[in-house]
Design a protein around this ligand. Structure first.
Ligand code: HEM
Length: 511
């Protein structure tokens, strides 16, 4: 219907203005100008209450699994719908690939992501004199303040040679993880009830290699840092998705977050100062710099910029990676035939596995990489990406004003049969270059996001994940004896059951 209206409007405009208007971009502009602002469909809205009553009375609504409610809305309202809930900004949800591409392209030069505002507010209210208006770090800044830091950090965080410097440390952390969980198994070879905490510890230690610039050695320090990360990560979903009273008053949850964040900030501050001192003492001529050292050598970045960046890096990098690893383990344990292919690859690449893991090994782990991509399709932990429109734009026929908030959803597309062959099945090979199950459209799956504001820790995360897969599955098989996971979503998608894998030593490989 809309397409028809649009076509006739364009034809009318071309007749009026002549053939010079026939270029695609001109046509898009004319189309857009002629479409009127219109609110996208969605659950019924009431004054003051927005669509809260409709949401709460909807059978598909489960506050623990908001992603399922979004999926249901796609079925009911189509590729664009709007949710307005008191205390939260109005959000327009899109799932159509063309709309998602448009969202990215039209915000490419100025990608505004007003989320994780609770971090920003926690910094603003913190009694410490450290924080300064306009310098809240990558996660929370927008526009020039964001780009000033982003353009300086991404050449280093995304450079394989720089990230590879952390590989020996990551390898050690993964080997220690395997030893630890192996020794905690019960008589039935099941890992313990709180296995997710072990994975979280692994993730915190890994990202600590970068943000604290060292292995976190003592148990006491590990516990302190894990507790702080736990507090912040546990609170952020509740702060961002719940009633946002913290925007106006100091709630106990915001205060707790603020204290934990400042505790981490002080730790990072100390590490940055130490790294600076040793850099001044070192002969730099033949030194391969790591991320922190590269940043310390960048005159455009202040001490505060570097500390804030490392704090954000730490925050953004722990639970995202931990949950992804949990899902990798789960999907391999319920798909033993895929796990067997992975075993074969690891045997071939790692041999007896006694040597150090090197970038050359990782480069050959084709199937392992496909497993990670497929896991992020089946369980897209970030669930989607938020952007604020810089201009009025039309999405699926609805014109939205500048400043509107968009949420590009991943879930509906990842399970769309038109986009993925047998989407309910775990088929890592679909990601091989030869695309044996057919082409995969751009923007069908975008777990690390796209464009100028995409995940700046992607290389780090991938290296961590490949390392733990290599170390765990080279020597072990995982099995799953419980009901299927039905992940929950609090800001991120995460497992809903204790991850009680049965972990067995593999039969000796013929390598
Ligand atoms: C599987 C793991 C991960 C996933 C799925 C993931 C996904 C994402 C997504 C979707 C965004 C938002 C991008 C956007 O708005 O366009 C993001 C941003 C970010 N990620 Fe990740 N991430 C992961 C791991 C990591 C790790 C390990 C780190 C750090 C070591 C990290 C650091 C960051 C930072 C700092 C940002 C903000 C970038 C900016 O605003 O410029 N992420 N990530």
């Amino acid at each position: 219907m809309f397409a028809l209206v649009r076509r006739s409007l364009v034809a009318e405009a071309v007749v009026k203005n002549g053939p010079a208007l026939m270029s695609i971009s001109n046509i898009t502009t004319i189309t857009q100008d002629l479409v009127k602002f219109e609110r996208p469909p969605g659950p019924k809205q009431w004054p003051l209450l927005g669509c809260l009553p409709s949401i709460l009375t909807n059978k598909a609504f489960d506050k623990e699994r908001i992603h399922l409610f979004w999926n249901d809305c796609v079925k009911q309202y189509g590729p664009i719908f709007q949710l307005r809930v008191p205390g939260s900004p109005t959000m327009n949800f899109i799932s159509n690939i063309e709309d998602i591409e448009k969202m990215y392209k039209t915000t490419f030069d100025n990608p505004i992501r007003p989320i994780a505002d609770s971090f920003k507010v926690a910094n603003q209210r913190c009694p410490s004199k450290f924080y300064k208006e306009g310098e809240y770090g990558l996660l929370n800044e927008q526009g020039d303040n964001w780009w000033r830091v982003r353009r300086q950090v991404q050449p280093h965080t995304m450079k394989p040679a720089v990230v590879a410097q952390y590989l020996p440390g990551m390898d050690q952390i993964s080997k220690e993880f395997v030893e630890r969980v192996k020794n905690q198994r019960d008589d039935n070879s099941e890992v313990h009830e709180d296995f997710i905490k072990e994975i979280m510890q692994w993730a915190v230690e890994n990202v600590g290699l970068i943000s604290y610039n060292k292995m976190i050695e003592t148990t006491e320090e590990k516990q302190e840092l894990i507790k702080a990360a736990d507090t912040i990560l546990g609170n952020i979903g509740k702060l961002e998705y719940g009633l946002q009273l913290w925007r106006y008053i100091q709630t106990p949850r915001l205060k707790e977050t603020m204290q934990a964040r400042d505790f981490m900030r002080r730790k990072i501050d100390k590490s940055v100062l130490q790294a600076k001192e040793s850099l001044e003492e070192d002969d730099l001529s033949n030194k391969n710099m790591n991320i922190l050292e590269e940043l310390l050598k960048t005159p455009e970045l202040s001490h505060r910029d570097i500390v804030m960046f490392m704090l954000d890096f730490n925050m953004a990098g722990a639970d995202t990676t931990a949950y992804t690893v949990s899902f990798v383990m789960y999907l391999l344990s319920i798909n033993p035939e895929k796990q067997a292919i992975l075993h074969q690859e690891l045997d071939k690449v790692l041999g007896d596995g006694t040597g150090e893991l090197t970038p050359a090994h990782l480069a050959k782990l084709t199937y392992t990489k496909a497993v990670v991509k497929e896991t992020l399709r089946v369980f897209p932990v970030a669930m989607g990406v938020v952007r604020q429109l810089n201009n009025d734009e039309v999405f699926s026929g609805y014109k939205l004003p500048k400043g509107s908030l968009m949420f590009a959803m991943e879930y509906p597309n990842c399970y769309n049969e038109k986009l993925f062959y047998k989407p309910k099945e775990f088929l890592p090979e679909r990601w091989f270059r030869s695309r044996p199950h057919g082409p995969i459209q751009n923007y069908a799956s975008f777990s690390f996001s796209r464009g100028t504001r995409s995940c700046v820790g992607r290389r780090v995360s991938e290296q961590e994940i490949y390392t733990i897969i290599a170390r765990l599955f080279h020597q072990h098989t995982l099995e799953w004896k419980y009901e299927k996971l039905n992940p929950k979503s609090h800001l991120l998608l995460h497992p809903d059951l204790p991850l009680k894998f049965t972990m067995k030593e593999r039969e000796k490989q013929n390598v």
